[in-house]
Design a binder for this molecule. Structure first.
Ligand code: ADP
Length: 259
């Protein structure tokens, strides 16, 4: 066994738990929506949660992030009870394109600057903050669009802008809820390439996804949910397993699997 250097506080060390659920049960009413969920996601992983509509994916995500509290069991985020976790800048959340506000009359750069707000309190952004914003725009390939209003962007460009906001905030966990709904096919590929390169730089990616071909191409680990966990393990094993048909019903297949 090698001796490892102690992690500094707040460091993002590969192998540390980002999300840790133990025996979590939850229902909005007396009917359970998620049952007996134990799930740990470590720093640096790329995990996809799949399951049919209504299988509890969004609920599970809210439990992980502390937006809901388990009825029984425990949810932890960055080693704190999820509902007490308050360092929002560590988490970048990218919602479905469809739910991104169409009303925001602000530019791409202004959206990305928002990522710095938790770091400066009520203060102004420093030159260094502005440089971080520019670097985030560059990373997602949106420098050329920085002065464009977000309402004028394509779906794929808008999702890149929201990723840039998370990068500007120095998020180390990206949570994406079906991020490519309504995004054209070419931009979808580029979007997943971007996620993959961010993951390779150490950002933990948690993807809730209905597009199974995207999941099998990009995620390292799949959690297949339908109220309970049907499968949790490496993507290659998921593809070989019968979890998909058990969780989705017999009609489910891997679309695009012949590529
Ligand atoms: P998914 O994300 O997999 O589509 P959800 O977590 O959104 O699944 O929903 C799981 C179940 O919980 C569904 O039956 C849904 O109708 C129900 N549900 C979701 N949100 C609420 C809510 N706020 N109040 C009551 N029931 C809800």
């Amino acid at each position: 066994m090698s001796t490892t250097t102690p992690a500094t506080e707040d460091a993002t060390v590969a192998g540390e738990a980002v999300v840790d659920l133990s025996d979590v049960n939850f229902g909005y009413t007396a009917t359970p929506v998620v049952e007996d969920i134990s799930l740990r996601i470590d720093q640096g992983e790329y995990v996809a949660v799949v399951g049919p509509n209504g299988s509890g994916k969004s609920t599970l995500m809210k439990l992980m992030l502390g937006l809901l509290r388990p009825d029984t069991g425990e949810a932890r985020l960055f080693d704190e009870p999820s509902h007490e976790f308050d360092d929002g800048a560590r988490i970048g959340y990218v919602a479905q394109h469809a739910s991104a506000s169409k009303e925001m009359p602000i530019t791409v750069r202004e959206v990305v600057r928002m990522g710095r707000f938790p770091h400066v309190g009520f203060g102004r952004l420093s030159a260094e903050d502005e440089a971080i914003v520019d670097r985030a725009l560059e990373t997602v390939g949106m420098t050329g669009f920085k002065n464009r209003r977000v309402t004028k962007l394509s779906g794929g460009q808008r999702q890149r802008a929201f990723i840039a906001r998370a990068l500007a905030g120095e998020a180390d966990l990206l949570v994406l809820d079906e991020p490519t709904v309504g995004v054209d096919a070419e931009s979808v590929d580029a979007f997943y390439d971007l996620l993959e390169s961010l993951n390779q730089e150490g950002i933990t990616v948690l993807l809730i996804e209905h597009d199974l071909s995207a999941v099998t191409e990009h995620a390292e680990r799949v959690v297949c949910l339908n109220r309970e966990i049907y499968f949790d393990g490496p993507t290659e094993e998921f593809v070989q397993s019968d979890a998909l048909s058990r969780a989705f019903g017999t009609a489910a297949t891997f679309l695009g699997g012949s590529r």
